[in-house]
Ligand binder design. Structure first.
Ligand code: PEP
Ligand code: MN
Length: 364
C-alpha cells in the first residue's frame, strides 16, 4: 500500500541540496557566543543549514530546557553574518509562531512530539498558510503508522515541503546505541512514500561522538538523502547531549570521509547483479521449504507431547539447541548473535504451533 502525499521538493533559495543534504549545529542554543562561534566554524567548513534547539524536551524537569525565544535573535544573527539557513525544533503552536516571526527557514518536529497526534495537529494548524519546509523525526516508539500520520496531518494543512528524520527508536533492550536504528522502518517509509526525502540523525541514534562517522556512512549506504549532526564548539561543555556532539573540525572530517556509492544500477552492472539476485531467490525457496518442513515436524512433536502428557517447553533442550546452533554458526562464518536471534524467533513460532496443536487435540 502506497501513501499518497502532495509533496514538493525541499528547496532553499540559492542552495543546491545535493546528496547528502547536511544540517549541523549544537543540540541547544546556550549562549550567543557559543551559537556564533559554532556557526562561524561550520559555515567556514561549508555547512549550509544550521541547527540549534531553542526549546528542549527533557526527560526530567530541572535539566536545561532551552534558552527560549531569546535564542531566536541569535539565529537571526547567524543568518545575517554567515549566510547559512537556520532550523529549529517546534513542539507547540507558540513555537511555530515565534520561529516564523524570527525568520527560521526550516523546522523539525521532535521524536517525542511525533508520538503525540494532538501536538502534531496543533503544529499543523499553526503552520497553515506557510510554505516552510518541515522535517518530522520518527516517533520514539517504532510505529511507522504514527510517523506517516504526522506527514498526513501536515500535508492536509497544506505543508508540501516535507522530509523525514530517522533518529532511531527507544527499546528496552540495551544496545551500544542510544536509540536502535531499526533500518527496516525508514526503508519501509521510503517504500510507502517514495518521494519523501529521508535524512539520518546519527547523533541521536548513536549517542556517541565516536560512532557518528560509521553511522553516517551506513545512512549513505542505505541511499538516504542527508544527515543532521550535532556539532558544538566545545562538546565537553555542552549543556545537553555532550557525549554525542562533535566539533566543527571533526564534522568536516566525517563529511569528507563519506563514500557515496552509486545507487542507479547501470547496464553493465545490471546483468551480474541480476544473476546474483537470482541465486538469492533460489536459495530463499530452499530456505522457506526447509522452514515449512521444520514446522510440520514441530506439529508432530506437539501431537506426541500431548498424547504422552509432556509439557511443550523443555528448557534444557531449548538451551542445547541455541548453544549448538551458535557453535555451528561460528564455524560457518556467520554472525552467531544473528543466528541465535533467528532461532529464538523460530522457537517462538514452534512453541505457538505446538500450543495450537495441543488445544485442537484437547477439544476432540
Ligand atoms: C534534537 O534533535 O535535539 C532532539 C531533541 O532530538 P529527538 O527529538 O530526536 O530526541
Ligand atoms: Mn540533542
Amino acid at each position: 500500500m502506497e501513501t499518497k502525499l502532495d509533496l514538493e521538493p525541499i528547496t532553499l533559495p540559492g542552495v543546491e541540496l545535493a546528496r547528502p543534504m547536511v544540517i549541523a549545529g549544537p543540540c541547544s542554543a546556550e549562549t550567543e557566543e557559543q551559537v556564533m562561534n559554532t556557526a562561524r566554524e561550520l559555515a567556514a567548513n561549508g555547512v549550509k543549514i544550521f541547527r540549534a534547539g531553542i526549546w528542549k524536551p527533557r526527560t526530567r524537569p530541572g535539566a536545561f530546557e532551552g534558552i527560549g525565544s531569546e535564542g531566536l535573535a541569535w539565529m537571526q544573527r547567524v543568518k545575517k553574518e554567515t549566510g547559512m539557513f537556520v532550523s529549529t525544533e517546534v513542539a507547540t503552536a507558540h513555537h511555530v509562531h515565534e520561529a516564523i516571526k524570527y525568520g527560521v527557514d526550516l523546522l523539525w518536529i521532535g521524536a517525542r512530539t511525533t508520538a503525540n497526534p494532538f501536538a502534531v495537529q496543533e503544529i499543523a494548524d499553526a503552520l497553515r498558510g506557510t510554505n516552510i519546509p518541515v522535517f518530522v523525526k520518527n516517533p520514539v516508539n517504532p510505529d511507522l503508522e504514527l510517523w506517516i500520520g504526522a506527514f498526513e496531518r501536515l500535508n492536509r494543512a497544506g505543508i508540501k515541503k516535507l522530509g523525514a528524520i530517522h533518529r532511531g527508536f527507544s527499546t528496552y533492550e540495551k544496545t551500544k546505541y542510544r536509540n536502535h536504528p531499526m533500518w527496516q522502518i525508514p526503508i519501509e517509509l521510503h517504500r510507502r512514500i517514495p518521494d519523501l526525502p529521508i535524512i539520518t540523525d546519527p547523533s541521536h541514534i548513536t549517542g556517541d561522538c565516536n560512532l557518528i562517522q560509521d553511522m553516517s556512512q551506513e545512512a549513505m549506504d542505505m541511499n538516504f538523502d542527508g544527515l543532521i549532526i550535532e556539532s558544538h564548539e566545545c562538546p565537553a561543555q555542552a549543556w545537553s547531549d555532550a557525549k554525542q556532539q562533535v566539533t566543527p573540525a571533526h564534522l568536516k572530517m566525517i563529511l569528507d570521509s563519506l563514500v557515496l556509492r552509486e545507487h542507479v544500477v547501470g547496464d553493465s552492472t545490471k546483468q551480474t547483479l541480476n544473476e546474483l539476485r537470482g541465486e538469492i531467490d533460489k536459495l530463499d525457496v530452499v530456505l522457506l521449504e526447509t522452514l515449512a518442513k521444520r514446522m510440520k515436524i514441530s506439529e508432530e512433536i506437539g501431537k506426541y507431547k500431548y498424547e504422552h502428557g509432556i509439557t511443550i517447553l523443555q528448557e534444557r533442550r531449548y538451551d542445547e539447541v541455541l548453544q549448538s546452533r551458535r557453535e555451528k554458526a561460528e564455524k560457518q562464518g556467520l554472525n552467531p548473535d544473528f543466528v541465535v536471534k533467528f532461532y529464538e524467533d523460530i522457537h517462538e513460532e514452534s512453541v505457538a504451533t505446538q500450543n495450537a496443536v495441543m488445544k485442537q487435540m484437547s477439544k476432540k
